[in-house]
Design a protein around this ligand. Sequence first.
Ligand code: SF4
Length: 213
Amino acid sequence: MKESSFVSSVLKLLKERYGEDLHTELKHADMTELFVAVLLSPQCTDKQVNTVTEGLFRKFRNFEEYANADIRTLRKEIGGINYYKTKARNLKRSARIIIERFGGEVPDSIGRLMELPGVGRKVANVIQNEGFGKSEGIAVDTHCITVSRRLGLSRHRLADNIERDLQRKIPEGEWRNVSNLFIALGRDTCRARRKECARCILKEICPSSEAMQ
Ligand code: SF4
């Protein structure tokens, strides 16, 4: 099968199984909460982040309050997640920069988002995708890494390299969807530690399928 046909078939099957309008599972009610939740998300599950943001969002409602927060209070609020000390510092500093450099609004470009402490490419992609409905790139998390490699869409291990491969192979109009679709597949059948090819929607076309051998 030609690579472009393979990609089309993968996306079609994944949309049929998981839907076309997938979104992050990080709970948020507005752009400020989205920014904070995604900033706290690296090296954590969405569930862990949602657990700490429930109380955090009740205490802090805007970037002014995060920027002026007592760092010990912030650390205490998010103490249940990995790297909470670094994340508390990044949150406070990012909030200050958003106020002083971006007029209190979360910027909508990857370049500007990445000027903020703690915002790497993946975080920037998720914020842009979820918050602005735009995609300059593809958010590559651990599920995307596993799925992309098993589908033969990349041989790389680093997220930035995998993102470049996916951008070359997947039509730009699908960049918004592909990350959430791969995450859905990665959580369902294509888990890093144990894949369940026998019940996978892609078992008949996936080059790593163990169900058709
Ligand atoms: S067939 Fe197996 S290896 Fe391929 S995507 Fe599905 S679970 Fe992953």
